[in-house]
Design a protein around this ligand. Structure first.
Ligand SMILES: *[C@@H]1O[C@H](CO)[C@@H](O)[C@H](O)[C@H]1NC(C)=O
Ligand SMILES: *[C@@H]1O[C@H](CO)[C@@H](O)[C@H](O)[C@H]1NC(C)=O
Ligand SMILES: *[C@@H]1O[C@H](CO)[C@@H](O)[C@H](O)[C@H]1NC(C)=O
Ligand SMILES: *[C@@H]1O[C@H](CO)[C@@H](O)[C@H](O)[C@H]1NC(C)=O
Ligand SMILES: *[C@@H]1O[C@H](CO)[C@@H](O)[C@H](O)[C@H]1NC(C)=O
Ligand SMILES: *[C@@H]1O[C@H](CO)[C@@H](O)[C@H](O)[C@H]1NC(C)=O
Ligand SMILES: *[C@@H]1O[C@H](CO)[C@@H](O)[C@H](O)[C@H]1NC(C)=O
Length: 506
């Protein structure tokens, strides 16, 4: 396992930065063992080996423009997409699943709630991979210079161009188009409708953080309330007691070696290295963040790596009196995560994380999305999950400055706080943030999904509909339904389906 060192820490960091992907690659399990599950702990709707070589159309490629906003630039690249024609009947709608910050997973071509709707409405299904992710490589490498063509606006223009191509290719005339996406692609789905209303007739934007913000301190607040639901206020209280003890141990040599031992750190902890300390604290809270965000989303597939760990598991451990102190319980959760991800020790070194993010080769682990998504957060969205809120128990050792520092250390000094703020302000000006001024968009959100804090607050009109799902996490409505689904989720799926029907097929 030459690769193992640092992998867990990179994974946790990546989780913090790109923590919200809904559609990840089929290669979930092997990738997990190699250690870096893109997009935190979420997976496709079903494990690859769960069904036997189900029919998925082969990958297809489209010649795409590199820079849509410089007409004289004629350079092109190959963008990957998948189609499924099995449900299509002439005149039916075109369903477009928008890819996001990770490899496009062909499993979605046959599974998920959108497929149920495709069957119902006889839709032609297409999934397009986002530029710079997966196998869609617009440039020879991911140098900071080359990443300048990575932006949500370029991605939307890709979709517009792609739509024209598909329309010609298949001779579609008056067919309606409906776009789908969850998380960042959820925002893209809403924005595709916003920017190109003549090209798409309706949009499903699941768990879409349409509002960009530098300091996303509410994230940990939602984590806190989810833990509150699972284990009551005592669960958070015990976490805080563990943190207070950690802070105390940080102050002495003896204390620091205790931390190293208890949390199974790969290297000694140097308290004067605040970036290492920040990284350690953020990894430890990341243990909770990932679990909350995807809590029970995939419970049908329990037994897959990590998926049986829920908020209940975490609070059961934090409240278990037979383990005598809260810090030991906090450490126990850490060990459970290390074991789950097959790590020998916890690599918390800031430098090793930065080194990984600096790798510009497509074949590096960062090709799985870490570097690219970091770039998008540093230039467009922020969303930095800081410890700056006073109402969460995880301590205050990873303030928003820590994330800004990462942007600068990875991409250069230019990527400082004012640069990042300008990018975020432009994103909100360009798309309108929470004032989504376009109709026929449905925005489901889940009550325990931390990202809902950046979602649309209430229905903006009869046809710009927010659907709130009490009791579910990130993108829950996108997964295939199961008999033991939360009834609120079942109802939400029904409402979404009715809206799709109204927009595509009435
Ligand atoms: C999760 O599943 C694994 C493998 O089946 C098992 O070893 C582990 O104890 C389970 N963890 C929890 C918290 O149930
Ligand atoms: C509490 O922890 C002990 C020791 O690890 C374990 O044997 C026991 O099953 C735990 N109890 C609960 C309720 O999780
Ligand atoms: C990755 O790509 C770089 C640049 O193309 C090359 O030098 C390197 O050998 C490759 N590494 C692996 C493991 O394939
Ligand atoms: C929205 O729907 C309600 C109830 O169906 C209706 O009374 C109202 O007039 C509609 N508003 C608009 C702007 O269409
Ligand atoms: C989610 O949508 C519902 C509308 O159904 C709204 O009441 C709620 O405030 C929304 N929550 C967030 C945080 O966006
Ligand atoms: C979800 O339902 C619970 C139980 O009825 C309720 O206490 C809570 O306020 C609801 N949450 C939201 C965010 O509406
Ligand atoms: C469904 O929503 C209702 C009302 O918002 C809430 O009381 C209930 O707890 C939710 N169900 C689940 C399983 O979360």
């Amino acid at each position: 396992m030459a690769n193992a060192s640092g992998i867990y820490e990179k994974m946790m960091m990546t989780m913090m930065l790109l923590a919200f992907q809904c559609l990840v690659s089929e290669a979930f399990l092997p990738r997990m063992i190699r250690g870096r599950p893109t997009g935190g702990m979420l997976r496709g709707p079903i494990m690859r080996n769960y069904f036997n070589n189900d029919t998925v159309e082969n990958e297809l490629w489209f010649i795409q423009k590199l820079d849509h906003f410089t007409p004289s630039d004629r350079r092109t690249w190959k963008q990957r997409y998948f189609i499924n024609t099995a449900f299509y009947k002439p005149g039916g709608p075109i369903f477009l699943m928008i890819g996001g910050e990770g490899e496009a997973d062909p499993i979605w071509m046959t599974h998920g709630d959108w497929i149920e709707n495709a069957k119902k409405y006889n839709a032609f299904c297409i999934q397009v991979e986002h530029r710079y992710y997966g196998k869609s490589h617009p440039t020879p490498d991911m140098s900071t210079e080359n990443l300048r063509y990575l932006s949500s606006m370029q991605a939307l223009a890709d979709l517009a161009n792609f739509r024209k191509f598909i329309t010609n290719q298949y001779g579609f005339t008056n067919n309606k188009w409906i776009s789908f996406g969850g998380s960042y692609p959820g925002s893209l789905s809403a924005w595709f409708r916003l920017k190109y209303p003549h090209l798409v007739d309706g949009a499903v934007a699941s768990s879409a953080p349409v509002y960009s913000v530098l300091n996303f301190k509410d994230y940990l607040n939602v984590v806190t309330s989810a833990l509150n639901v699972a284990g009551g206020p005592q669960c958070n209280k015990k976490i805080n007691e563990a943190i207070l003890k950690l802070n105390e141990l940080l102050l002495t040599d003896i204390g620091r070696s205790k931390i190293q031992k208890m949390f199974n750190l790969c290297d000694p902890l140097d308290a004067t290295n605040t970036l290492d300390v920040a990284n350690l604290f953020s990894i430890l809270s990341g243990n909770f963040e990932g679990v909350v965000q995807y809590n029970k989303d995939n419970r049908k597939f329990e037994g897959a790596v990590g998926t049986n760990i829920t908020t209940d598991t975490l609070c059961d451990i934090m409240l278990n009196d037979t383990v005598h102190s809260p810090i030991e319980r906090y450490a126990k959760i850490n060990q459970m995560m290390l074991t789950t991800y097959r790590q020998d020790c916890l690599d918390f070194k800031y430098e090793s994380m930065i080194k990984d993010f600096r790798n510009i080769n497509w074949n590096a682990t960062s090709a799985e999305g870490g570097r690219q998504w970091l770039y998008q957060t540093c230039t467009e969205f922020g969303y930095f999950q800081s410890s700056d809120s006073d109402t969460q128990p995880f301590g205050h050792k990873f303030p928003v400055d820590f994330s800004v520092q990462i942007c600068m250390d990875v991409f250069g000094k230019k990527f400082n706080v004012s640069f990042i703020k300008q990018g975020i302000e432009w994103t909100n000006s360009n798309y309108g943030g929470l004032k989504l001024s376009e109709s026929k968009i449905v925005l489901p959100n889940g009550s325990i999904d931390p990202w809902h804090a950046l979602g649309v607050l209430k229905s903006l009109s009869n046809d710009t509909v927010a659907i709130f799902i009490n009791g579910t996490a990130h993108c829950a409505n996108m997964y295939p339904s199961t008999p033991d689904d939360n009834p609120n989720l079942t109802l939400a799926r029904k409402q979404i389906s009715q809206l799709i029907g109204k927009w595509c097929c009435s």
